[in-house]
Design a protein around this ligand. Structure first.
Ligand code: AHG
Ligand code: MN
Ligand code: MN
Length: 313
């Protein structure tokens, strides 16, 4: 439900304090919010150059991935509360040595998901997953918080620490103000967001997609995981999938910094997230870039996927 009257609109820090989020966890969420403002600025003001400099832009875009990673890493270290991080842009786990307050959280993040979409002006995002302690490769059910930022027509931040899912929108003063609270999904919807190449679908996945289409589901797919999930979550309707295919039996999306945080948020909003055979949040990650097939969204659609994929229908 969108928050209507202005006086109840509150900044992100006030909300984190008012809802009793532990100070260290709150500072991580808040500092990712700060970092996202710099990423947002870099993305919208970067000199795209004229036609023919796409390679250059590609390097800039690559720079944008690396810049986003550097900014977020710096802000996480600055909190003094993060022990280790896993980033899509880093090839190994990074340990923050600087002494200081007890470093009681481990963080996995994708600094800029879908960055190849920036140069065609489509929405992209940042995804963050937060664990207690100093092991960033825990099963997703151990998360104590998760969030994402969508850099789209508006810049919005969605987070949960287990007591509801909240959306904040960046205003012209550079403040994140509450715009949706206690986001909750329907039991069943009417959108489907099908990743992967149709020609590589496995038969049971083909059957699942055909059954959704026969039921009149509307296709919504931008190629950006964050805006695609944001649409399913905020409309509370339907399912996103990136399946196992003939060429990629583990799908494409990575567990630690893409699937686990989104699965946590969608489950907090009353939805579900499955590999097709088990709950995403139960999977024990083997390594940094472990991939998994994913069906995530309304409970009814996720349950149907599990039934069809396991020969139940
Ligand atoms: P990233 O840019 O971090 O590598 O992630 C891109 C992912 C995700 O955003 C999206 O769901 C998926 O790639 C789209 O893949 P296809 O281009 O194969 O549809
Ligand atoms: Mn990604
Ligand atoms: Mn990325």
């Amino acid at each position: 439900m969108a928050v209507k009257s202005k006086h109840v609109r509150r900044g992100l820090w006030n909300h984190l304090m008012r809802t009793g989020v532990e100070m260290g966890l709150a500072s991580i969420i808040y500092e990712v919010g700060v970092a996202s403002k710099y990423v947002n600025h870099a993305m919208r003001t970067g000199d795209l150059g004229l036609a023919g400099t796409s390679n250059l832009y590609g390097e800039e875009q690559l720079a944008l991935d690396v810049l986003a990673d550097e900014i977020i890493k710096d802000r996480l270290d600055h909190t003094g509360r993060v022990s280790k991080i896993v980033s899509e842009e880093q090839s190994e786990i990074i340990i923050f040595e600087r002494s200081g307050r007890r470093r009681q959280y481990a963080v996995c993040y994708d600094p800029l998901d879908g960055s190849s979409l920036v140069d065609v002006n489509l929405a992209v995002g940042t995804i963050v997953s937060i664990y207690p302690g100093d092991d960033p490769l825990q099963p997703g059910k151990n998360q104590v918080g998760a969030m994402f930022v969508v850099y789209g027509p508006r810049t919005t931040l969605v987070y949960s620490t287990g007591n509801g899912v909240f959306e904040f929108t960046l205003n012209s003063l550079g403040e994140y103000t509450l715009t949706r609270e206690n986001i909750f999904m329907k039991e069943q919807g009417n959108l489907y967001s099908p990743g992967g190449l149709r020609s590589e679908y496995l038969p049971e996945h083909e059957r699942y997609v055909a059954s959704l289409e026969a039921d009149g589901y509307k296709l919504r797919y931008s190629g950006g995981f964050v805006p695609d999930i944001n649409q399913i979550l905020l409309k509370g309707s339907g399912v996103f999938m990136y399946p196992a295919t003939r060429k990629s039996p583990c799908g494409k999306l990575r567990l630690p910094f893409e699937l686990n945080p989104m699965a946590y948020l969608v489950e907090q909003a009353g939805g579900g997230a499955s590999t097709g055979t088990e709950r995403i949040l139960d999977v024990v990650p083997g390594d940094l870039d472990q991939r998994s097939p994913v069906y995530i969204g309304c409970r009814r659609e996720v349950a149907l996927a599990e039934r069809i994929l396991n020969g139940g229908e």
